[in-house]
Structure formats: structure tokens, C-alpha cells
Design a protein around this ligand. Structure first.
Ligand code: MF3
Ligand code: CO
Length: 263
């Protein structure tokens, strides 16, 4: 049974074990997909790599068919967002070329319990600004994770993320947020990647959050493509996205989707 603090669910040990298992599959499959990403490969082919890995492992996609909010159902098992695409890009015929940055966002469930993670990777050599964007966005994720200690407040996470990204001169996307995760891919609370510190509920052991900053080189404004899923930066500037699923424990954050060699 699910205990809860306010509306934020506290997970039981058995539930956490299933989330650890789902999250490990997510981390391993992301590493597999990363390895296949190189110039000349299409995003659709990378989507097939992820779909095959799901079948082989007998786990369930968290993304395929997702869409409770009046949108067309998400048609793939992974989101692949290239360059100015911020998030939720749909795998297809686009061919990756040297210099691209590619966001890979992926989730699976095991016996109904979810894990969710994203990484943005370089294709071959990328320019200095793009490299700095990737580095800063990953660091911003970890600044947020550092705040996931019992007794801190929810908004401390987003504040730390925003401060780090803006210190580097980049902007934080506001239309998309991190989220609680567990029996559903998206649970309360919503976790903005910006804001004042010291607001919102206190963090408690047993809460599990997916923290996912999206950072643009230029303005934070978002434009949606015709497919109704792909979000791009309104000014066409590069965007990066990193995400982990993290458990709050008595002794601090446990990053469930992190493996040796992963982001
Ligand atoms: N990490 C993404 C998010 O939480 C996953 C989106 S899944 C999709 O928004 F199916 F909605 F694309
Ligand atoms: Co997510």
C-alpha cells in the first residue's frame, strides 16, 4: 500500500526494488543506444535499438502510447531531440551528422514501476559552445540532485538548477518540469527547474523524483512542431536535456538510473 506525505507518495521497500530494477534497465539501454549514435545513423534506427532492447529484456515501455493530456499518443519508446529540439522529439528519418547534439530520453517499467532518464550526447566533434551547454546542463542536474536531502524543501532543487545554468549565461526552459515517478511515469509533485529556494513541501526519505533540466543557449521560449510533441527553442538555438530518477534516503540521494559509464 502507498503511504504519502501530502500528495507526494512515499515508496515501500518492495516498490523501490522494482523501481531500482526498471531504472537499471533504463540506464543500460541508454548506454546501448548511445553506442550506436554516430554520423549517418537515423534517429529511427536508434529508436529501433531501444525497442529491440525492451523486447529482449521483457520490460515495458513507459513512453509508447503515452498521452493523457489530449495529445496524440506518443508513438515511440524513446524521445530523440536533435540540436534546437528541446524535448519529446519523435524518432524518424533524420540522419545524424558530425557536430549534432542529440537528446535521448527513455523510460521503462517493471511490474508497473517506472524509471526515467535522459542524456544529451555529442555526435563526433562538436563546437565549444555546444560542449559547454552539455557540460553545464549535466552539472545543473547534479546541483539539483545534491539538494535531495531529507529536510530540504522542494523548491531548493529547481533553484540550484537555475542558478547553475544562468551563471553560465544559458536559459532554463520553463514549460517542462521534473516530476514524481513510481506507479505512474508522472506523479506529483511537479518540479520546476527554477524558482525561489525554501518553498514547498519538505523532502522525506522514500520520495522518488525524476529531475530533468532543459537548458537553451539562447532564449527560453518554446515552439511546438506540427507533430504536437516535439518542442524546439523558439529562436532555433541549441538545447540540452539531462535526467535521472532519484530516491531520497536518510543519507541523501540515491541515483537509480546511474550506472558506471553513464551520465
Ligand atoms: N522524461 C520525459 C518527461 O517526463 C518523458 C516523456 S515520455 C513521453 O516528460 F511519452 F511523453 F514522451
Ligand atoms: Co521525465
Amino acid at each position: 500500500m502507498m503511504a504519502s506525505a501530502g500528495s507526494i507518495p512515499i515508496k515501500a521497500r518492495r516498490e523501490l526494488d522494482l523501481m531500482r530494477e526498471a531504472s537499471r534497465h533504463v540506464g543500460e539501454i541508454l548506454l546501448e543506444v548511445r553506442e550506436r549514435a554516430r554520423p549517418g545513423v537515423t534517429t529511427g534506427e536508434l529508436g529501433e535499438v531501444a525497442a529491440r532492447a525492451i523486447r529482449q529484456r521483457g520490460v515495458e515501455s513507459s513512453f509508447l502510447g503515452y498521452g493523457p493530456h489530449g495529445l496524440p499518443k506518443y508513438p515511440a519508446v524513446i524521445c530523440i531531440s536533435v540540436n534546437e529540439e528541446i524535448v519529446h522529439g519523435i524518432p524518424g528519418p533524420r540522419v545524424l551528422v558530425e557536430g549534432d547534439i542529440v537528446g535521448l530520453d527513455f523510460g521503462v517499467s517493471v511490474k508497473g514501476w517506472h524509471g526515467d532518464s535522459a542524456v544529451t550526447i555529442p555526435i563526433g566533434r562538436i563546437d565549444g559552445k555546444a560542449a559547454q551547454l552539455l557540460e553545464t546542463t549535466r552539472e545543473a542536474l547534479y546541483k539539483g540532485i545534491e539538494q535531495m536531502v531529507p529536510g530540504k524543501r522542494l523548491s531548493d532543487i529547481g533553484h540550484a538548477i537555475q542558478a547553475h545554468a544562468e551563471r553560465a549565461g544559458f536559459s532554463i526552459v520553463r514549460q517542462f518540469v521534473g516530476h514524481g515517478i513510481g506507479k505512474k511515469l508522472h506523479e506529483p509533485p511537479q518540479i520546476p527547474n527554477f524558482g525561489e529556494p525554501g518553498r514547498g513541501p519538505r523532502l522525506l526519505p522514500g520520495m522518488v523524483f525524476a529531475i530533468e533540466p532543459m537548458v537553451n543557449v539562447g532564449s527560453a521560449d518554446v515552439r511546438m512542431l506540427e507533430d504536437e510533441w516535439t518542442a524546439v527553442s523558439a529562436d532555433g538555438s541549441l538545447s540540452a536535456h539531462f535526467e535521472h530518477t532519484i530516491l531520497i534516503t536518510e543519507s541523501g540521494p540515491e541515483i537509480l538510473t546511474r550506472l558506471p559509464g553513464s551520465h
